[in-house]
Ligand binder design. Structure first.
Ligand code: FES
Ligand SMILES: [Fe+2]
Length: 408
C-alpha cells in the first residue's frame, strides 16, 4: 500500500453535515466531517492523542471535532484548542494529530494521505465525465471485497479474463483471443484499447441492441481499460447502443480488504427506470470477479516480476508492477500492519504523516504518534526471517468471506 497519493474514500453525498464518519484507508482509521462554517470536509487521524479514543464517535462543534472520551476539542488542522478538565492551563505542544488535505471532486471525497508539498503530489485523474450530467446518466455503488486491492485492480484492467469470468455478460467465450491493442501511458497511468467481439445482448439490452446475428456479423466493440496509480480504474465500452464508462476506486482498507466504489455512466437508456438494471449489471460482474480473485494465491501481488508468468495481454499488469516497484524504491510504501486500526491488538500507534510535519519544522518534536514504516524495512524483516534471525510472522489462514453490496 502506498502513501503520497490522493485517495477517494467516500461519495460526497454520503457525508451529511453535522455528523462525523469513520473511514478506513491503508490500515489507518480516519474521521471525516463537514465544517459548520463552509461545509468543506476535514479528514483527520481517528486517534485522540490523549487516550486513543476514536474521534469519529464524537461530535462536531463549530468547525472542530470533540473527542467522546474527555471532550478535547480539535481544530480542523489537528491542533487541540481546548482541554475541558483544565481550561486555565496551557495546551501542550504535543496536543495535536495529523490532519490531511481534502478535495471534493467528481462526486467523491479525496484525501491526500502523505506529506509531500502540494506541487509534488501526484494529480487526481481527469474524471470530469462524471460531472457531465447532460451526456451521461449515472448510477453508483459500493462493494466490500475480502481481497487485496492490487489483485482487484489487475483483474479490473485485464482484457483476457472476460470470456472466461464474464462469458455471456460482456465477455465472449466464442472469441477469447486478445487482438492487437493500443497503449497510452504516462508516469501515473496506462490505458489499453482493443476491439472485441461482443456476446449476444441479454435482458433489456437485447431489445434494441442489433447484435443478435452470428458472431461474425456482429459489429466489433471498442473497449478500453485504464489504471491510474495506485488504485483507480476506468472501463470504457462503446456498445452499439451507446457509450458506457465505469469509474472505480479500489480503496485499500488494509492489505486484505478492499472497498470498491464505482460510478457507472451510460449514454443510452437514460431514464430512471433503467438505473436498477445498470447497477445490477455492475454487481453481477463484481460477484463473478470476486469468486476468482478471492481464490488467487499468493493473496498479495508478488514483488518479484518473475514470480508469475506474463504473456502479451498482461502488458498493463506488468507495467503496473514495474511502477509499483519504483514507488517502493522511492520509499512510498506503507506497511499497514504497523498502523493502528483493524486487526490484532497492538501496543504502538503509527500513522501516515501529514504535510504539516514537513511544512512546519518547529513542530518536528511535537508529534506523539510515530510515522508508519515502509516496505523496505518490511523486506529486511522478511530476509531476517528467512535467515532464521527472528521468528516468522504468523500467516495462519483466515476464512475469507463473501463480498457484499453496501446499501446505497
Ligand atoms: S481520549 Fe480523547 S479526550 Fe481523552
Ligand atoms: Fe472482471
Amino acid at each position: 500500500m502506498f502513501k503520497n497519493f490522493w485517495y477517494a474514500v467516500e461519495f460526497s453525498e454520503d457525508l451529511p453535515a453535522g455528523t462525523p464518519k469513520k473511514v478506513k484507508l491503508l490500515g489507518q482509521q480516519l474521521v471525516i466531517y463537514r465544517k459548520s462554517s463552509d461545509n468543506s470536509v476535514v479528514a483527520m487521524s481517528d486517534l485522540c492523542v490523549h487516550r486513543g479514543a476514536a474521534l469519529s464517535g464524537g461530535s462536531v462543534k463549530d468547525d472542530c471535532i470533540v473527542c467522546p472520551y474527555h471532550g478535547w476539542e480539535y481544530e480542523p488542522d489537528g491542533a487541540v484548542r481546548k482541554i475541558p478538565a483544565h481550561p486555565d492551563k496551557g495546551i501542550p505542544r504535543k496536543a495535536r494529530i495529523d490532519s490531511y488535505p481534502v478535495q471534493e471532486k467528481y462526486r467523491f471525497i479525496w484525501i491526500y494521505m502523505g506529506d509531500l508539498p502540494e506541487a509534488e503530489r501526484p494529480p487526481i485523474p481527469d474524471w470530469s465525465a462524471i460531472d457531465d450530467t447532460e451526456t451521461y446518466r449515472a448510477v453508483s455503488g459500493s462493494f466490500l471485497w475480502k481481497s487485496n486491492y492490487e489483485r482487484i485492480l489487475e483483474n479490473g484492467v485485464d482484457v483476457a479474463h472476460t470470456p472466461f469470468v464474464h462469458g455471456g455478460v460482456f465477455g465472449n467465450p466464442e472469441k477469447p483471443e486478445v487482438p492487437e491493442f493500443e497503449v497510452e501511458e504516462s508516469e501515473w497511468h496506462c490505458k489499453v484499447s482493443v476491439k472485441l467481439n461482443p456476446p449476444r445482448s441479454k435482458g433489456i439490452w437485447g431489445w434494441i441492441n442489433p447484435n443478435k446475428q452470428d458472431l461474425k456479423d456482429r459489429p466489433q466493440v471498442p473497449v478500453s481499460t485504464t489504471w491510474w496509480l495506485p488504485n483507480m480504474i476506468l472501463l470504457e465500452v462503446d456498445t452499439p447502443m451507446g457509450a458506457m464508462k465505469i469509474f472505480d476506486v479500489n480503496i485499500p482498507i488494509d492489505e486484505e480488504t478492499t472497498l470498491v466504489k464505482f460510478i457507472a455512466l451510460r449514454t443510452f437508456f437514460k431514464g430512471k427506470w433503467a438505473d436498477r438494471d445498470a447497477r445490477r449489471r455492475v454487481f453481477k460482474v463484481l460477484y463473478e470477479d470476486e469468486a476468482v480473485v478471492n481464490a488467487v494465491r499468493p493473496e498479495l501481488l508478488p514483488f518479484d516480476l518473475s514470480a508469475e508468468l506474463h504473456v502479451k495481454s498482461d502488458y498493463n499488469a506488468v507495467l503496473y508492477r514495474r511502477r509499483r516497484q519504483e514507488l517502493i524504491d522511492k520509499g512510498w510504501s506503507v506497511e499497514g500492519n504497523t498502523i493502528v486500526g483493524e486487526g490484532p491488538a497492538r501496543v504502538e500507534a503509527r500513522v501516515i504523516p501529514s504535510p504539516i510535519r514537513k511544512e512546519v519544522p518547529e513542530l518536528a518534536s511535537a508529534w506523539n504518534f510515530k510515522e508508519v514504516r515502509s516496505k523496505e524495512l518490511l523486506g529486511k524483516r522478511v530476509e531476517r526471517e528467512e535467515r532464521g534471525d527472528v521468528p516468522r510472522t504468523d500467516t495462519t489462514d483466515t476464512e475469507t468471506t463473501r463480498g457484499e453490496e453496501v446499501p446505497a
